[in-house]
Structures are given as C-alpha cells and as structure tokens.
Design a protein around this ligand. Structure first.
Ligand code: 13P
Ligand code: ZN
Ligand code: NA
Length: 283
C-alpha cells in the first residue's frame, strides 16, 4: 500500500540523505521511476502536478500508484505537487494520495499560514503528509509561472514561525533554485539553507531539482534538504527518446516501441538522481 511520506522524509533528514521525488505524467514514466527505485532499493515519492491530475484524473493516478506500491519491495508515497486548490487537495486525499503540497506562497504570510493550517487539519485525519512553500520558487512548472524578478527567497525567521503556526510536516523554502533547466549554474543561497535548518526541524524540500550539479545537491542535502523534486529532466529524457525513435524511423507507429525507449531513458535519469540524493539502499 502507499505510505505517507512523513516517515521516510523524517528519517532522511535525521540521517542526512535526501529522497528523490519524481513528477510523472504517464503510466510508463511511473513504471520507470518505480523500477529505478526497486533496483536502487530506495524509498520513492511519486508526484503529480495539478496539470497531470487534470490530464489523467486523480483516481487513475492514484490507482496506478497503488498497483505499483502493492507489488514493490520499497516504500512508495504519492504526492500532489504545488496545489492551491483546497477542493483538489481534498479530492486527491479521498482517492488515496498520501502527501499533498499546499502552495499558498503567492499569498501574504498570514494568509499562507491560514490556508496551510486548514490543509494540515484535513490531512491529519488521513495520515497524509503536508508540504508548504515559503518565498517563491522561480521558473516554470506546468501552470505555475514565476518570473525571475518575482522569485523571492524564504526568510529563516518566518520559516520558523510558519512551521510553528501551521504544524506542517515538510517545508519547501525558496533558496535560489528554479523550476526548469538553468542558464548556467543555479545560484543557491547555502547560508540561508543552514539558517533555516537550525530553526526548522522538519524535513526541507529542494524544488527545481533538474539541472542542479552534484556538488550543489550534496551540499544542500548536508544542510537539511531531505526531498528533491525532479520534473523537467524526466520530461526532456522521455520526449527526446521518442523524438530519436521517430528520427530513426518516421514511419514508426507502435507505441510499445517508442514508449519502451522513453521508459528506459526516464529510468536511467531517475537512477542518477537517486544516486545524487544518497537514497540508494535506504528502503
Ligand atoms: P524541475 O522541473 O526543475 O525538476 O523542478 C521540479 C519541481 O520542483 C517540482 O515541484
Ligand atoms: Zn516545485
Ligand atoms: Na530546475
């Protein structure tokens, strides 16, 4: 069965490694990251964005994840990524999601606290993990578009107050990473991660995982980041593999042929990310 992500993340924070959380959009992407996790003996967080829930339907997404979890030899959680719609959060919890992100970071602090608190109350009744965001992560993630100029870093004192006021079980503080690939290297504020981590005991979440170099991931994890979200690199790997199939054979018309290649590409990216996160063998 799907498990709440709280226990796996708490242990990761305590022991100083990070769980890779993958945004998937199709059955084959889901199967690819599940196979990677089983091979790596790593705990796994499957994620879907709001856009993907709308594309596939929450119950289909949950059903696929449940089938995977039923036969997997590693713990698997299913997480709803960046959602500010209370009704969709409630629907996802109802169909079996074991973790949700309430992203009210576009609202002023007090309102973010209030909205997050409401979700924490609902989630607590279902043993569901809650992640919230402080500051604003820049870049593009599905429907969520934050211009560089509007990206703001999280304030460490506010982070402490936010966790105390909301009782949230995981916190995603904006610390300089961005959704999508980077032009050059990301400019991560490591001092800020450290300042947040001494004030906040819950597992911290690193958004914008695509494109972060290994050394920077390791440093962020050593400072308290216990979950890393990866979306864009999987989509690129998946799509490039399919483009390659059609470049080689424009007449290809068997989804099983191109999906097999796409799945293999996603699996190898997932394994590389798990290795960066240090979660291999931690299941
Ligand atoms: P990337 O698209 O940069 O991997 O970011 C993923 C993410 O943060 C999803 O919430
Ligand atoms: Zn994100
Ligand atoms: Na990124």
């Amino acid at each position: 069965a799907l498990v709440s992500s709280t226990a796996m993340l708490t242990r990761a924070r305590e022991e100083g490694y990070c769980i890779a959380a993958f945004n998937v959009h199709t059955l084959e992407m889901l199967q690819a990251v599940v196979e990677a996790a089983e091979e790596a003996e790593a705990p796994l967080i499957l994620q879907s964005t709001v856009g993907t829930v709308k594309h596939l339907g929450a119950s289909y997404m949950a059903a696929m994840a449940k089938v995977a979890a039923a036969s997997a030899n590693v713990p698997i959680a299913l997480h709803l990524d960046h959602c500010h719609d209370d009704e969709l959060i409630a629907e996802c919890i109802k169909v079996g999601y074991t973790s949700v992100m309430i992203d009210a970071s576009m609202h002023p602090f007090a309102e973010n606290v209030e909205r997050t608190r409401r979700v924490v109350e609902l989630a607590a009744r279902h043993d569901v993990n809650v992640e919230a965001e402080l500051g604003k992560v820049g870049g593009v993630e599905d429907d969520l578009v934050v211009a560089d100029a509007d990206a703001v870093l999280a304030d460490p004192t506010e982070c402490e107050e936010f966790v105390r006021l909301t009782g949230v079980s995981t916190l995603a503080p904006a610390i300089g990473t961005a959704h999508g690939m980077y032009k050059g290297e990301p400019r991560i504020d490591f001092t800020r991660i450290g300042e947040i981590a001494v004030r906040v005991g819950v597992p911290l979440v690193l958004h914008g995982g695509s494109g972060i170099p290994l050394e920077q991931v390791k440093r962020a994890v050593s400072l308290g980041m216990a979950k890393m979200n990866v979306a864009t690199e999987l989509r690129i790997g998946f799509s490039d593999a399919i483009k390659q199939v059609f470049a080689e054979n424009p007449d290809e018309n068997d989804p099983r042929t191109y999906m097999k290649r796409a799945k293999a590409a996603v699996k190898s990216i997932a394994l590389a990310k798990m290795s960066m996160c240090g979660c291999i063998g931690k299941a």
